[in-house]
Design a protein around this ligand. Structure first.
Ligand code: HEM
Length: 354
């Protein structure tokens, strides 16, 4: 029979985890200002079930394939960094030109992530009509991806509107840095978006889940091996990617690729970061101390990650009467959006009667 102490330990662990995630959520709420037009309770009367619909569905999706969590988290990051969190990355190309999706940094976004967002959009609009934006659905889905992979739970300010157009290829390239960028480049680029070094190191912790294609890091293996990379790690990577353009993939965090935890920072301290943009955070004196503090203290990482994510999720958002609420996440509404919503809601009411 288990001793009192043995049965007490898991209880203690669970309650301290709950306290830690509650602390994260409440502390973030009081430290990150909410931009005008967004609010913590935006859909309280118009679509009170939006968050539970998304969470329940993602629980099912991730049970089958946890990798999709990484795809959704990255999609939200790519949405927010280019032209703000306006769902522009979700738009397909049109006669006016190729979409953001066609720009190089977005070519490795998962096709399935776009499908999951469209499916969530359909479920949410079936319940509430066309009131929740695709950009909000993506922000909630990214939060749930973090939480359901073992990371912190937190509230997301809501009320974003969807953009009417996508960014150009050049704007996309300017805002999404390449994996060969060093820490100084990343720090100055992200400072322009109001992120401080702690935010930068915390956000990079998104690489605690997910995968990469060989082409994103083989510049560190061929023709010469990056001396900052652990030798055994490099040899293993060479086995996975025998040439610089090999088509394989590998995990971003070798210690726990599917768990949202602080092991990514332990990887960096062991010179097992996959990209230069990861490893240089440990090499650079300005960020090294932050990396070691997160490697030693997962709660601290979670707390700073939540703050940085809430900041990121509010970059240049459209609110109020700006933009629109898309009927389909991959195309902008055509014509009068008011007329469309009246027609759509009419159809929904009719189909319930039949
Ligand atoms: C300096 C900033 C960053 C750079 C240079 C960068 C670069 C990359 C690259 C090259 C990949 C792999 C693409 C591929 O070859 O398949 C990747 C994957 C990923 N990134 Fe980043 N990233 C950055 C910041 C972030 C941030 C801020 C987040 C989220 C908070 C994030 C989340 C992810 C995730 C989850 C994946 C895995 C995606 C999947 O498995 O489908 N990244 N990133």
């Amino acid at each position: 029979m288990a001793s009192a102490a043995e049965s007490f330990t898991p209880l203690l662990l669970i309650s301290s985890l709950l306290v830690a995630s509650w602390f994260c959520a409440t502390e973030a709420k009081s430290t990150v200002p909410v931009v005008q037009g967004l609010s913590w309770t935006f859909y309280q009367s118009s679509c009170p079930k939006v968050e539970s619909i998304i969470r329940k569905q993602l629980e099912k999706v991730f049970k089958k394939e946890i990798g999709q969590a990484a795809g959704l988290l990255r999609l939200h990051f790519h949405d927010c960094f280019v032209q703000g969190c306006d769902g522009s990355v979700l738009l397909d190309g049109s006669a006016s030109g190729p979409s953001e999706q066609d720009a190089p940094p977005n070519l490795t976004l998962r096709a399935r992530a776009f499908e999951i967002i469209d499916d969530l959009r359909e479920r949410v609009h079936k319940e509430c009509g066309r009131v929740v934006s695709c950009s909000d659905i993506l922000a909630i889905a990214a939060r749930d991806s973090v939480y359901l992979s073992g990371g912190p739970d937190y509230d997301v300010p809501l009320g974003r509107r969807d953009g009417l157009n996508f960014a150009t290829r050049n704007a996309t390239l300017d805002n999404l840095l390449p994996p060969f960028a060093n820490a100084d480049t990343i720090l100055s680029s992200l400072a322009a978006k109001t992120f401080d070094p702690t935010d930068v190191v915390a956000l990079s912790g998104g690489h605690t889940i997910g995968i990469s294609h060989c082409s994103s890091f083989t510049d560190r293996l061929y023709p010469t091996q990056d001396p900052t990379m652990d030798k055994t790690f490099a040899n293993n990577l060479k086995g996975i990617c025998p040439a610089s353009d090999s088509n394989s993939t590998t995990v971003l965090d070798i210690r726990s690729p599917n768990n949202f935890d602080n092991k990514y920072y332990v990887d960096l301290m062991n010179r097992q970061g996959l990209f230069t943009s990861d490893q240089d955070l440990y090499t650079n004196k300005k960020t090294r101390g932050i990396v070691t503090s997160f490697a030693a203290n997962q709660s601290l990482f979670f707390e700073k990650f939540v703050v940085a994510m809430i900041k990121m999720s509010q970059l240049s958002v459209l609110t109020g009467k700006q933009g629109e609420i898309r009927s389909s996440c991959s195309v902008r509404n055509s014509g009068s959006s008011y007329l469309e919503s009246v027609v759509e809601e009419g159809f929904e009411a009719l189909s319930e009667l039949i």
